[in-house]
Design a protein around this ligand. Structure first.
Ligand SMILES: [Zn+2]
Length: 168
């Protein structure tokens, strides 16, 4: 069947829709089938991606949390791996091949180029202090410090040049 690639949750939703339509179109009394469809939709409502844009946005909310109270983690990291949904999908005839071809949306990772919350100069100073205190070694000068050491005398010849306090 051609169409958008669905994740496990979407695939089951599609099967339930089709089963419901089939029951309405072809069964003299579709009430049993419709009741099953309704029950399955309730399972889908419970076992759904946690959402929220965090790193666990696609974790299964319905499978619950584990771990310590101060740092709970969702038990099933991706809703495609939810055992309840996989059992339901098995009932709708999901094959191994179909499962492998399912979409697996992942949360967007924060861009690694974002500015640090700690200003670079402060981080550098903290790092140097840490090295000197804990390890007992003097930090290797940063490329900026090295450049200022080398270029400093030349820069001071330029009128209007004001060396920054940290470079002295
Ligand atoms: Zn689940």
């Amino acid at each position: 069947m051609w169409g958008p690639v669905l994740d496990l949750h979407g695939w089951i939703t599609q099967q339930i829709d089709a089963a419901e339509q089939h029951a309405l179109d072809h069964q003299r009394d579709p009430s049993d089938a419709l009741r099953w469809c309704k029950a399955h939709r309730k399972i889908l409502t419970t076992h759904a991606p946690a959402g929220g844009g965090g790193s666990d946005a696609y974790a299964c909310e319905g499978c619950g949390y584990n771990g310590a109270d101060y740092c709970p983690e969702l038990n099933v990291e991706h809703v495609n791996d939810c055992p309840t949904l996989l059992a339901l999908a098995e009932g709708y005839g999901l094959t191994k091949e179909q499962r492998a071809a399912l979409d697996r949306p992942e949360p967007e990772r924060p861009a690694p180029t974002g500015p640090s919350l700690i200003p670079a100069a402060l981080a550098e100073a903290m790092y140097g202090h840490l090295l000197a205190t804990v390890v007992g070694v003097q930090p290797v000068p940063s490329p900026r410090q090295r450049a200022l050491e080398i270029l400093g005398p030349e820069l001071k010849k330029i009128s209007g040049y004001l060396p920054s306090p940290s470079s002295e």
